[in-house]
Design a protein. Structure first.
Length: 461
């Protein structure tokens, strides 16, 4: 073929390949449920396989212009993986080093991918407050002060994040739909995508609705609806990439018309369906977004054009949502037979009782004795942070009787795992072990949490 007949753009670097991602019609998942046009913006076509490439480069370039990031410097960031990937790719091209902090709930694939680009990755605990010195936010801030010639990207509060989507993603969506878009559906984490894209689209057409997808365990929805930052909304969750336990500056709540919460189970199940029914290998936040849209189907009209953002690639979740063993372990694969709901309905399990982490050990001992509890949950500001079982308590008291006056968090154990109320009893029985003597069952409809122990399960097996 004559080479002059080929109109092909050659990218000078991989960074020039960011953006201009395709829009794909959703067919099977919405069939019979939503008559409107539903389109997915497939951000996995970016070099780092996620939408975060866009804002990563924008943050770096703006920092360079402002003199905050200097040649040979080190980029530091707390990341769930995707932003780190975008920063790492740009760092390779531009000659920077990278140190990332992340949480222990992130998939191994994400961490390994960051290391593949030469980044140093520090894994921090998930179930601590952002202000806790162990949190991935705090550790990254400490490193910024300790590492010479370093710059922290701070994706949550760095407004270059939302500006990237205002300048790039928003115009792409407007052009690809010829301005016919009526709804934007997007998972909300840092807030950059929903705010940047939503702001651009609403400037073009103020009637466009922006629906933010949230997760149970996150503060966004209640804050939007009440203006109250409620720490009682915060507890551990599995869904990655969306939801937060604080309010990032990139989240403009005035741009978002409605927040819809999606359970971990529904998000995980939909993530698998997208691959199996649409042939699109997308990540966990795409599953949450599609599940949220189906929950909102009664608000949709036939003439609507809905764009759902698919943030990242399914390959980062091979050990989780796309792994049957992991799905069974979490209670996300449907099974027949008795479930946690049956135990709750029959009164075999009680509603969760917990004590605050700063209470003395003798108070925990008294509560467990008075109520004949074999284990107890520990909270900090009403947020679940740990547990205590009688065997461990007994052993600690034998070693050192004076611990009675010490705070209970000095001897507490890891928090009990959460499962959905539809989880089969057969599965829960495998989760209850000598090291993990109880499971917490969350009923999202009633907003209640129950505790199921070995004895509860034994009564029905």
């Amino acid at each position: 073929m004559d080479s002059t007949a080929v109109n092909k753009k050659v990218c000078d670097t991989i960074l020039d390949a960011i953006g201009d991602t395709p829009m794909v019609r959703i067919n099977r998942i919405t069939r019979g449920l939503i008559n409107a046009t539903v389109l997915a913006k497939i951000e996995t076509f970016n070099p780092g396989n996620s939408i975060k490439d866009r804002m990563a480069v924008k943050m770096i370039e703006d920092a360079e212009k402002a003199g905050l990031l200097k040649p040979g410097g080190t980029i530091i960031e707390g990341t769930s993986g995707n932003t780190g990937m975008g920063l790492a790719i740009a760092a390779v091209v531009k000659g920077y080093k990278c140190i990332f902090t992340t949480t222990d709930k992130q998939s191994k694939e994400k961490i390994d991918a960051l290391k593949a680009f030469g980044a140093e990755v520090i894994v921090c605990p998930t179930n601590v407050d952002p202000e806790d010195p162990r949190s991935y936010y705090s550790v990254s801030s400490r490193l910024q002060n300790e590492v010479p010639n370093s710059w922290k990207a701070n994706q949550y509060d760095n407004l270059s994040n939302l500006q990237a989507h205002y300048e790039q993603t928003g115009p792409e969506i407007w052009d690809q739909t010829d301005g016919t878009i009526t709804h934007l559906v997007v998972g909300v984490g840092t807030g950059g995508t929903v705010t940047g894209v939503g702001r651009y689209l609403k400037e073009r057409n103020p009637r466009i609705k922006v629906w933010g997808i949230d997760t149970y365990g996150s503060v966004f929805k209640k804050y939007k609806e009440t203006g109250v930052f409620d720490k009682n909304e915060i507890y551990p969750y599995i869904t990655e990439g969306i939801g937060e336990d604080f309010l990032p500056k990139n989240v403009d709540f005035d741009v978002i018309d409605h927040f819809e919460k999606v359970t971990d189970k529904d998000a995980a199940a939909m993530t698998r369906r997208i691959a199996r029914e649409e042939g699109i290998f997308a990540g966990n936040s795409a599953g949450a977004a599609m599940a949220g849209l189906l929950q909102l189907k009664d608000r949709v009209r036939r003439e609507d054009v809905i764009v759902v953002i698919f943030h990242d690639h399914g390959s980062r979740y091979l050990g989780k949502m796309f792994n049957d063993d992991w799905m069974r372990e979490k209670g996300f694969l449907e099974k027949t037979g008795m479930t946690a709901r049956d135990l709750v309905s029959a009164g075999l399990s009680g509603e969760l009782m917990a004590i605050e982490a700063n209470e003395p050990v003798e108070h925990a001992l008294r509560v467990m004795s008075e109520h004949d509890f074999s284990q107890l949950s520990i909270t900090r500001d009403k947020r679940l942070v740990g547990s205590l079982n009688e065997t461990h308590l007994y052993a600690e008291l034998l070693k050192n009787p004076t611990i009675k006056g010490q705070p209970v968090d000095s001897i507490m154990q890891p928090a009990f795992p959460f499962v959905d109320i539809s989880t089969p009893v057969e599965l829960m029985s495998t989760m209850i072990t000598p090291e993990n003597p109880a499971v917490l069952v969350r009923d999202f409809k009633t907003d209640k949490t129950f505790i199921i122990t070995r004895s509860d399960v034994l009564r029905v097996l």
